[in-house]
Design a protein around this ligand. Sequence first.
Ligand code: ATP
Ligand code: FE
Length: 356
Amino acid sequence: LTVLGLESSCDDTAAAVVRQMPGAGAEILASVGHGQAELHGAYGGVVPEIAARAHAEKLDVCVIQALGDAGLDLGGIDAIAVTAGPGLIGGVISGVMCAKGLAAATGLPLIGVNHLAGHALTPRLTDGIAFPYLMLLVSGGHCQYLIADGTQDFTRLGGTIDDAPGEAFDKTARLLGLPQPGGPSVEAEARHGDPARFRFPRPLLDRPDCNLSFSGLKTALLRARDQLVAEQGGLTRADRADLCAGFQQAVVETLAAKTRRALTLYLQQDPPEPVLAVAGGVAANEAIRAGLESVCAEMGARFLAPPLSLCTDNAAMIAYAGLELFRDGVRHGMDLPARPRWPLDDSSPALMGGGR
Ligand code: ATP
Ligand code: FE
């Protein structure tokens, strides 16, 4: 079973080919992508209109390149999977239209995939783990805990009520004049900083649920920076490192504490092989990984972080999710809608409505 997957929901245009042989694990035959960082760089964020045009220009290029890398033509493909939401609607429409065109021209089945399901199923692609597992999706746009019980069966335990951690890292970098993306540059600064000098808030830790909040952290950092600037006329290298270390420590502790709660809820299901898997760009952060790893060790769960190229947006995860859905018998028609919003625990298939 060989599936071509397309992804265009944010600022990466990507195509991939994933194959599964009977009785074997899935294999990525090709995975290519065109990032749009240089197109949006001047604007300080992704511009939806620019993103949609760039996707429309690059989707066919990606498909041709992925098929070429896999050494296949469309005759070697069994199904076409595409991100049908959630995401920036212009980009999602570009991908869905491209997939419909390919499906119409070839007669191949079309499968609309929830982008978040793509992230959430990635540990099955990389490590073949069994349901149920606990998933922490932590990226520039998302932060949520999910229990994955099946390919279309996810329970959301909680998540951020405002900013996502990646967004907070990016804003912190901007406030301190560090390069984008903020995650890696803040992490590098934090390595030689003192995490105890600034004590930033750890919101919602007094609540028993799995919800998180990161917007207050950014405000506290802004205040600390402004106070230093007022007192000293600027920031020293050490100030910057200490601010980054204090910020990162607050994120690490918040995620560790809420992960402990989420694991407690998940372990109540008595999973035979307990696993916490992470996805999203923020999972690249070593301090965050170490924090999550030690909570897992303490609670008797395996910690699983797929390779970073599969943690951030990619089409291999969409092709793989399509493969799992195909095996479940999921097929979509030409009425498959592109959905800007599509909560993962809304298990209704994409064709059930436009969903806003
Ligand atoms: P989404 O895919 O959820 O819509 P996105 O495309 O912004 O959002 P990703 O590509 O998964 O998310 O990840 C990018 C985010 O990860 C950025 O916000 C970036 O700052 C953050 N990030 C990358 N590396 C690190 C790191 N080492 N530490 C913390 N954050 C990081
Ligand atoms: Fe994503």
